[in-house]
Design a protein around this ligand. Structure first.
Ligand SMILES: [Zn+2]
Length: 279
């Protein structure tokens, strides 16, 4: 084993609920996925270190993903952003200061109604310099711990929460940055309790070693909310109407892919978006 670290699962405390009882959930690329028996959090263990993740993110992460929208993947992503913005604006009744965490080049923010005051942060300086060029966006290469306290009406993370090594710590910091009554939106994160992820386990397409380190479910989210003084306003499962869904084809692909040993197809409840309110 070339991934030896001093930490053992028998000494580990869940990074969401602090409990110590885990079962093996899956294995991928010689790495083991465990599930907390209390809060349902699924995670690769040993966790990668921040240094290992930094090496991964520095290797041209944003360009390969087509975040700028100049290719087919980028085009689909834009259509998805439009749907997400529509959902956010239908659930969040207020307008004010909107912080997008992990904003990359700021594409999501450009789709938001101009009534919002738009802020974005990202670890990538290159992405932030591109985001800053877009009108109406204040973008900074900062960590969430470095932004103003008690300042934002909405803190939004899209496809980001599963990359965060310490979700418990993140929620506690995000709470400090929000105004009372403000929204924390954990958008588009894998839902480990969905029918397809439960069936496919490590062949669930969003199980990505060194990239997606933690996997949540509505139960995990409710633990985080309860432990940090948030109420859950709504949990949605974006799938229908998205450019990635084709219900009958996806339904048919579930048994076919499963028995052929392939990766999972997209499906309802594969991903979730949670809307939490700071009490
Ligand atoms: Zn737990």
């Amino acid at each position: 084993m070339n991934h030896i670290k001093n930490n053992k699962i028998s000494n580990h405390k869940c990074r969401v609920c602090n409990q110590t009882d885990f079962k093996i959930w899956g294995k991928k690329d010689d790495q083991v996925l465990y599930q907390c028996t209390n809060c349902q959090l699924v995670f690769f263990f040993p966790y990668p270190t921040q240094e290992e993740l930094d090496i991964f993110y520095n290797s041209n992460y944003h360009n390969v993903r087509g975040y700028d929208g100049n290719n087919k993947a980028g085009e689909l992503r834009k259509r998805m952003y439009l749907l997400d913005v529509k959902e956010v604006e239908s659930i969040v009744p207020i307008k004010g200061k909107f912080l997008d965490v992990g904003c990359a080049e700021g594409v999501f923010l450009t789709f938001l109604n101009s009534k919002w005051e738009k802020f974005g942060i990202d670890v990538s300086k290159e992405a932030i310099s591109r985001a800053s060029e877009k009108p109406g966006i204040k973008a900074y290469a900062k960590d969430i711990s470095e932004v103003e306290d008690n300042f934002y009406d909405v803190i939004h993370l899209r496809g980001v929460f599963e990359h965060i090594l310490f979700p418990d710590e993140f929620i506690s910091i995000a709470r400090k940055k929000l105004k009372t009554g403000g929204y924390l939106i954990i958008s588009t994160t894998p839902n480990i309790s969905g029918i397809v992820p439960s069936l496919f386990r490590e062949r669930y397409k969003l199980v990505l070693p060194n990239e997606h380190v933690n996997y949540f479910s509505p139960v995990t989210i409710s633990h985080l909310a309860k432990n940090h003084g948030f109420s859950i306003e709504k949990i949605t499962f974006p799938y229908f109407n998205t450019p990635y869904s084709s219900f009958l084809k996806d339904l048919f692909s579930i048994p076919v892919n499963y028995f052929q040993g392939k990766a999972s197809p997209p499906f309802w409840k594969n991903i979730l978006s949670a809307y939490l309110i700071k009490k």
